[in-house]
Design a protein around this ligand. Structure first.
Ligand code: UDP
Length: 385
């Protein structure tokens, strides 16, 4: 376990009458980093709060982790738990190491984001240690219990004291789960805060040109959900769909390490290469955003990408049978297609002929979610003292 507590902020203004709060923020995997960045910045601006940034080490490749810290201006983690292994091993290691950390540091509050293994494991520790817990992006439900993320969401929400919701469906899901309404705050989306804060920087990049792409002349594919990439039959279906789409438009595919390993294992990479699909490494946040901004549409099974494309008004086809983010379908630019090739190709035709839906902006996706979260937490802390 790597510990570097020299750079986390302490209040040194002894004249200031403040309620001092020590907060641990947890991040572990790629989708967590754009979510913690704006919250951490907001907390770092407060003199009465000490923050400890914990990286569990769940994602450790430089293009899945370091690049996000650099590009999003997230400071070096104060503690890296350095966990490794499969999901069960990761959960066990995080519980053991995070428990020791919490015992030593005695925080007033821990903040977890999203639905990854790290979110769940740290939530369990906090509940057992009676540390107040805030869950950012609470209440999302796919109702597909085969998704590891759905289990992580349900357990984390049940154990949380403060639940911050990104879209209104989340409020209903939590109430149905028996969560008291005074624990729930509808605040908008921290991931959209990050997108808004970084869009100008991303615009200045030339990633799409460097890849010899033409503006609006390509589509992007991202795929990493276990149900799509671990099962060879489903992965072959996704590959077939990709090849069909690439007959209509150039496709670029930044490949997630898990997907790459499985394409290699099942001998499918060659089919993609033969179809002239641009297979590239996972992109940094800004580079990916640059590619997205110049693309015609996206085909994905990512959670965050469904939301980012809704914000950007870019068509998104989601290769899953359901979404835990229904606002992106009801209001935004998303269509849930599963691996239904006919439906996907029909939607691609709509997009290419300009008849696909245009989408609108979900409520409170305005760049101020992290401010609302920190204000709410401070108020709740004040009321509790
Ligand atoms: N992303 C990225 N580079 C890529 C692919 C995705 O920066 O090559 C970003 C994307 O913009 C979003 C986040 O990663 O902010 C989503 O992560 P991911 O799809 O891994 O997880 P999910 O949202 O499905 O949990």
């Amino acid at each position: 376990m790597f510990i570097n507590l020299s750079n986390h902020k302490k209040s040194n203004n002894i004249n200031e009458k403040v309620t001092f709060m020590k907060i641990i923020l947890v991040a572990g995997a790629r989708p967590n980093f754009p979510k913690i960045a704006p919250i951490l910045k907001e907390l770092e601006n407060k003199t009465d709060i000490e923050t400890i940034l914990v990286h569990t080490g769940q994602h450790y490749d430089s293009n899945m982790s370091d690049v996000f810290f650099k590009e999003l201006g997230i400071r070096e983690p104060d503690i890296n738990l350095g966990i490794r292994g499969n999901q069960a091993e990761q959960t066990a290691q995080i519980i053991e190491k995070f428990d020791k950390l919490v015992e030593e540091q005695k925080p007033d509050l821990a903040i977890v984001v999203g639905d990854v293994t790290s979110t769940l494991a740290c939530a369990i520790v906090c509940a057992k240690r009676k540390i107040k817990l805030a869950h950012i992006e609470a209440g999302l439900r796919s109702f597909n219990y085969e998704m590891p993320e759905e289990i992580n969401r349900i357990v984390t929400d049940v154990l949380s004291n403060y639940l911050f919701v990104t879209e209104e469906s989340g409020i209903q899901n939590l109430i149905r789960q028996g969560i008291p309404s005074n624990k729930i705050s509808f605040v908008g989306h921290v991931m959209i805060d990050t997108l808004i804060q970084n869009i100008e920087k991303a615009k200045n990049l030339q990633t799409w040109r460097e890849l010899n792409l033409t503006n609006q002349g390509y589509a992007i594919m991202t795929l990493h959900r276990p149900q799509n990439v671990d099962d060879s039959e489903n992965l072959q279906k996704a590959v077939d769909i990709t090849i069909e789409i690439s007959k209509k438009i150039q496709l670029v595919w930044p490949i997630h390490p898990r997907t790459k390993a499985n394409l290699e294992k099942f001998n499918m990479l060659k089919q993609l290469e033969e179809a002239n699909i641009k297979i590239i490494e996972p992109q940094g946040y800004l580079e990916f955003l640059n590619l997205v901004m110049h693309a015609k549409f996206i085909v994905t099974d990512s959670g965050g990408v469904q939301e980012e494309t809704t914000y950007l008004r870019l068509p998104c086809l989601t290769l899953r049978d359901e979404t835990e983010r229904p606002i992106t379908v009801d209001v935004g630019t998303n269509t849930v297609t599963g691996l239904n090739k006919r439906l996907i190709l029909a939607k691609v035709t709509e997009i290419l002929t300009g008849t696909y839906k245009k989408g609108a902006m979900p409520p409170l996706w305005d760049g101020f979610a992290s401010k609302r979260i920190v204000d709410t937490l401070l108020k709740k802390n004040e009321n509790a003292n």
